[in-house]
Design a protein around this ligand. Sequence first.
Ligand code: XIL
Length: 495
Amino acid sequence: MPVRTLRTPSPTPTPRRQRRALGALAATAAAALAAAALLPAGQAGAAGPTLRSLAEAKGIYFGTAMTQSDLNNSTLTAVAGSQFGMLTPGNEMKWDTVESSPGNFNYGPADRLVAFAQTHTMKVRGHTLVWHNQLPSWVSNLPGSQVQGAMRNHITNEVGHYKGKLYAWDVVNEMFNEDGSFRNDAFYNAMGSGFVADALRTARAADPDVKLYLNDYNIEGQNAKSDAMYNLVKTLKSQGVPLDGVGFQAHFIVGQVPSSLKANLQRFTALGVNVAITELDDRIPLPASSANLAQQATDYANVVNTCLAVSGCVGVTQWGTGDADSWIPGTFPGYGAATMYDNNYQPKPAYTASVNALGGATNSPSPSNSPSPSPSSSPSPSPSPSPSSGVGCKVTGAVNAWNTGLTDNLTITNTGSSTVTAWTLGFTLPAGQTVTSAWNATITPSSGQVGARNLSYNGTISPGGSTSFGYQANHTGDAGLPTQFTLNGTPCTTG
Ligand code: XIL
């Protein structure tokens, strides 16, 4: 089940440099954080610094997995869009959705998730290209001589579709058995272990910049399976195969985070690949006791602190946003409560513990029956971030309308105390309005809830400064201004 990723062969893949690069992205997140701080306290998880801002201030990301149906849950999307800076589609990029019959590609569901991520300035991890599960039977039924061609075509088409839009791809998922032997799936049976290098090379040819990962479960500690992954990575790197990172799924049982996690991650980064926690959850026998919720908080802090302590660990992704959308109860009967948010998307002790591990402080959002989280054993090596106290924005607009069309000029003013270095202004167009062209920004999608992103020359807005952009739209009667403005996720005032 688990998945993992490896890292590509930049001449010297120095994990430190990559962390700094991610840190640069945090500048935009500072605005998002400050914005989140302005949300009403009653909004789940939005008060105070966010996981996303704190993580990015430390040079890592905090991600969540979302499925298409999650987009219909406004409570979930409010949490996901403010608290997380990376999105992994839970199912929508898998082979059975994308190419259910040979050569017929369906990207609609995943495109909707990517659009959500873009609107909220989240990055995206692509998951997954080559995997024995959620694989259509037409692939497993192919004669062995045709599997390589089908695999290459699938990778080329899907990576090509998302070229330039993703942070990383889980190229191969779950290729090992527990004893470290290769799983006898369609790909191994047709090509032997060389299918992994073949898949990585094919992905690299389709997108030269996206990070390429191998991903698996039960490789978080040092054991026969992680030894097999380690040896594979070593071999691939020595052969110059493009590989950027290894993903450790981290589907844990409460209290069972392996003690060798840190040493294990470090032996991988020593090979010149990045590492990421890609599918974190921590399942608890139901009903969850307060003792187990406290242990879960310790486990989460342990994982976050470990990633912070390992140079080359780029981030942590939770598999799902809250307990209500987690895959655990459906897959592991009797278990649940595996995430940082409860069934109503209220933060649990694991959320507070993660925030504390990232150097932040919260207004103690824990349920009344839950114990205080105990921050994990290994302290973060980085200095505490100074959460930005002032992220704020104001939007003014002027519409010029005629019978079926309009132009709208919008001005964003940075009312906070931090410089914004890249911006996405989210807003909701009145029903019936469709954007047909834009200036000083790109706007996607063209109707409904949209995001306007800066162009190369106008990303910076100093405190007190303003920038303007505009668009032309068709309308069907309502020529009003848009509503619900957010700057990098932070709500804006209007007027
Ligand atoms: C799971 C999804 O969350 C479920 O909705 C689906 O029914 C099965 O797959 N390892 C992986 C993920 O790499 O793709 C899996 O996701 C969970 C285990």
